[in-house]
Design a protein around this ligand. Structure first.
Ligand code: IFM
Length: 454
């Protein structure tokens, strides 16, 4: 493995960060007036998460945030991507703000600022208030309006101090796993019929952008998409078509409305039976309001062949001879460069500057007697992926920053606490935090790789 000394130089204003999300780390689900979210309901439903794990306690960041920010400051990061739990701010998803919820994020923001860390706030990282899901959740057209009202409430309180606003995290994952396949909250199996969820999230994004602008927030405004190149398993026509279908479902359904102001032409053919009348006049103009940045989350590409159990006719298969992480995800760093350069090729000047808002890996960490983890596999993953980002920048892609997922081990959704992504180990019995070797490695990278020219 190459040490940080040989690591490529990134521009002096490149933003180095770490990322987390509210339900995955906070705990304190019934404190200070927080209402239930779909993830509380889902994780408490038997059989939905690994081992029946829930976010009830998680990393207890709600109470331990001071220690966590001290540890974060030790990394030398310039920014922290966290998310705001909508049900802490509006316990039923609408109506007046819960002052104690706003107070918590106010404290977080001031605590990070006092340590020289710029806040990057995600407004929606999947913890929809349960009361809104009871009314149909993202399938309903009034939820985008509720989301914009919530954005306005948060902007009023934090708009003077947040540097980066991210409206939504990974709308593809919410549509696919939350409403199409049912493996995430709220657990619906609508298959292609879940298309309105995609559209309503995008509409909510557009309305929230407008709310943030009306509130004259000081920070930049963007969205975070989960993105992945899709490779056909062979040159057979059926496999090539299968790859095009997944590319449309995963990438283009979300990128094209934002940066081309339209949905892909093949939309109706692929979301067969879905209600496309949810796309109304004026929606796409709102959705394509120019952004200050695009947040890209990348973990792995997909290799697909025709077939599969679901109605869409695509099946994800292995990359032969390629190692995988503990999630079973293939490690293909060069696909990261491909993804970023393809984005420029597809959207041209309409593509705003990019921040990598998530990238990282779960591995089966083996702690020593002190709980320390020599996680060389995670270091190798991060090393290779940062080099891939650098290669994309050298090829002309305007990447402004990189947020490692994740700062802490945390609640990995349906996988519960079984999968660990953190630079810092959390012992879930004692909640003790112990930096892993990857924490020290990332600190050296940040210290030694900033300040150069590309
Ligand atoms: O933990 C998640 C995160 O919440 C969203 N992006 C992917 C991560 C790893 O699965």
């Amino acid at each position: 493995m190459t040490g940080p000394a040989q690591f490529p130089q990134f521009p002096s204003d490149f933003v180095w960060g770490v990322a987390t999300a509210s339900y995955q780390i906070e705990g304190a689900v019934a404190e200070d007036g927080r209402g239930p979210s779909v993830w509380d309901t889902f994780s408490h439903t038997p059989g939905k998460t690994h081992n029946g794990d829930t976010g009830d306690v998680a990393d207890d960041h709600y109470h331990r945030y001071l220690d966590d920010f001290n540890l974060m400051a030790g990394l030398g990061v310039g920014a922290y991507r966290f998310s705001i739990a909508w049900p802490r701010i509006q316990p039923t998803g609408e109506g007046p703000a819960n002052p104690l919820g706003l107070d918590f994020y106010d404290r977080l923001v001031d605590t990070m600022l006092a340590r020289g860390i710029s806040p990057a706030a995600t407004l929606y990282h999947w913890d929809l208030p349960q009361a809104l899901e009871d009314r149909g959740g993202w399938m309903q057209r009034d939820i985008p309006q509720r989301f914009a009202e919530y954005a306005a409430v948060v902007a009023e309180r934090l708009g003077d101090r947040v540097s980066y606003w991210i409206t939504l995290n990974e709308p593809f994952v919410v549509t696919a796993f939350g409403y199409a396949l049912g493996t995430h909250a709220p657990g619906h199996r609508l298959l292609a019929g879940a298309f309105p969820v995609a559209h309503h999230q995008l509409l909510g994004h557009g309305l929230a952008v407008s709310a943030l602008k009306s509130a004259s927030v000081a920070g930049q405004i963007g969205i975070t998409n989960a993105m992945a190149p899709v490779h056909p398993a062979s040159s057979d026509r059926a496999d090539v078509t299968a790859a095009a279908v997944l590319d449309l479902l995963h990438n283009q359904t979300y990128g094209d409305p934002l940066f081309a102001g339209r949905y892909p032409d093949e939309l109706a053919a692929i979301y067969r039976g879905a209600d496309l009348s949810v796309i109304r006049d004026g929606d796409l103009a709102l959705i394509s309001t120019p952004l200050d940045f695009l947040g890209v989350n990348f973990y792995n590409p997909h290799r697909v062949q025709a077939g599969g159990p679901e109605q869409l006719g695509t099946e994800i298969v292995e990359y032969p001879g390629v190692p995988t992480t503990a999630m079973g995800w293939p490690v293909v760093p060069e696909a990261f460069t491909e993804l970023l350069t393809d984005l420029v090729a597809r959207y041209g000047p309409a593509l705003p500057p990019v921040y990598i808002t998530e990238n990282g890996a779960a591995y089966d960490d083996r702690p020593d007697a002190d709980g320390r983890v020599q996680d060389d596999d995670r270091i190798a993953y991060l090393d290779a992926h940062l080099r891939a980002v650098h290669a994309a920048m050298a090829a002309g892609v305007d990447v402004r920053g990189y947020f490692c997922w994740s700062f802490l081990d945390n609640f990995e959704w349906a996988e519960g606490y079984d999968k660990r992504f953190g630079l810092v180990r959390v012992d879930y019995d004692t909640l003790k935090r112990t930096p892993k070797a990857s924490y020290d490695w990332y600190r050296s990278v940040i210290a030694k790789s900033s300040g150069g020219a590309l």
